[in-house]
Write a protein that binds this ligand. Structure first.
Ligand code: HAM
Length: 418
């Protein structure tokens, strides 16, 4: 038997209702803030990710699904959405028509990470990108939108972690200060961090290994090394969030695993998913559009990890309807034929109706009705058929009534939400 690829999942009926609910909530919340949907290919040229996420990052170095296609191009299954959105923004000349663009996209991403709870090799993101506004209001609006989205969904126990990574003006001095702090400790860092120390020392702050956390205790904080402009930007972001009543935690260790960030970075974290504690992450990336060949355009964005979000929401009662509105239970050949036409009509009239087409006892039909989660059962035997009636049983309160077959679709149509 051929099985699923490791780290990939089938999302099955029973679960997909919650996924749809999350998607609909996102579409509504993002549209309320003026975001339009963009749909992009899953495959892009490898170079796009190397140049945006950063050649030295874990994602680009170790986790991408990359292959050479038959024409000799190096292609990669997107490990994240931002790079593709930026490519599209540039390619379609958004900057020339109106640099201010608010775009969202929902879909699968691929990273060959070690699978564990909350971490998959194919996972889904809801991604929002706000182009063309350098002002901190854009950061605040985006965070406000994200917070509102999580509130609407009643996500339990989350916290927004906030940091600023400065800009190309002030970050090098901070990098030097951090390197000076780490000097002499290098050989005690974990294997990963020894590499990071040379390539991207800020990432050492993000390491989960106990020894690295201990070694970096007391490390200089980036927010104390910001240039005046970055300082003012960050100060507005914190004032803006406080003014809107959004709770946040200042976290100077939050450096993120992608290289394109400038200034504000944030993560929505939870304590409920073990090591995979980020349900969403994002920040400002003012240099990326230009670095990829577009006009100098500031931008800020975030992505929600849907797999993790859905996991957090399991058990919440959203009243998501699981079963059909009616199960058509027929006894006898003539009744079954009439019942089939009824089922077909009900479905096309917008009343979800289920029916089994083989001959069964009433007991077995009632069991089937229960199993489908139907709210009502329409019982039709040859006797009812000859009298032009059907029995409708309400499975919740066990009441039942006899109704004329003529116009019975209308009865369900009116009561289809009951
Ligand atoms: P990221 O932090 O790499 O950022 O991913 C965002 C979210 O995707 C994470 O917080 C997590 O919930 C989810 N996620 C990431 N990897 C996995 C995985 N292997 N399994 C399950 N969930 C995962 C980005 O991707 C940026 N592009 C976000 C962004 C948009 N920044 C600016 N705009």
């Amino acid at each position: 038997m051929i099985k699923l690829i490791k780290g990939f999942r089938d999302l099955l009926p029973g679960d997909t209702e919650l996924w749809q609910h999350v998607e609909e909530a996102a579409r509504k919340a993002f549209a309320d803030f003026g975001f339009s949907e963009i749909r992009l290919p899953l495959l892009e040229k490898t170079e796009l990710f190397a140049r945006s996420i950063g050649a030295d990052t874990d994602i680009v170095e170790k986790e991408m699904y990359t292959f050479e296609d038959r024409g000799g191009d190096m292609l990669t299954l997107r490990p994240e959405a931002t790079a593709g959105v930026v490519r599209s923004y540039i390619e379609h000349g958004f900057g020339a028509s109106d640099p201010v663009q608010k775009l969202f996209t929902i879909g699968p991403m691929f990273r060959r990470e070690r699978p564990q709870k909350g971490r998959f090799r194919q996972f889904f993101q809801i991604n929002a990108e706000f182009f063309g506004a350098a002002e901190p209001q854009a950061d605040v609006l985006l965070l406000w939108m994200a917070a509102g989205f999580f509130t609407r969904l009643n996500v339990p126990d989350i916290a927004i972690h906030l940091n600023s990574l400065g800009c190309p003006e002030c970050r090098p001095a901070y990098r030097d200060a951090l390197l000076a702090f780490l000097a002499g400790k290098e050989s005690d860092l974990c294997e990963n961090c020894q590499r990071r120390y040379r390539q991207n020392p800020l990432r050492v702050l993000d390491c989960k290994a106990k020894t690295c956390r201990e070694l970096t205790e007391g490390a200089p904080s980036i927010t104390e090394h910001l240039c005046p402009d970055c300082k003012e930007h960050f100060s507005f972001v914190t004032r803006g969030l406080s003014g809107l009543g959004v709770d946040y935690v200042l976290n100077p260790r939050l450096v993120r695993g992608l290289d394109y960030y400038t200034r504000t970075t944030f993560e929505v974290q939870t304590a409920s998913l073990g090591a995979q504690n980020a349900v969403a992450g994002g920040g400002r990336y003012d240099g990326l559009v230009k670095a990829l060949g577009g006009p100098d355009t500031p931008a800020v964005g975030f992505a929600v990890g849907m797999d993790r979000l859905v996991e957090l929401l399991k058990g919440n009662d959203y009243g998501l309807s699981r079963g059909p509105a009616v199960y058509v239970a027929c006894l006898g050949d003539a009744a079954r034929e009439k019942g089939f036409f009824l089922q077909a009509e009900l479905c096309s009239a917008g009343v979800a109706a289920e029916m089994d087409y083989n001959s069964r006892s009433l007991k077995s039909l009632m069991k089937r009705a229960d199993k489908t989660g139907a709210r009502r059962v329409l019982i039709l035997g040859d006797d009812e058929l000859s009298r032009g009636v059907a029995v409708v049983r309400n499975l919740a309160d066990k009441s039942q009534e006899e109704l004329p077959l003529d116009g019975i679709s209308d009865y369900f149509l009116k009561g289809s939400t009951a």
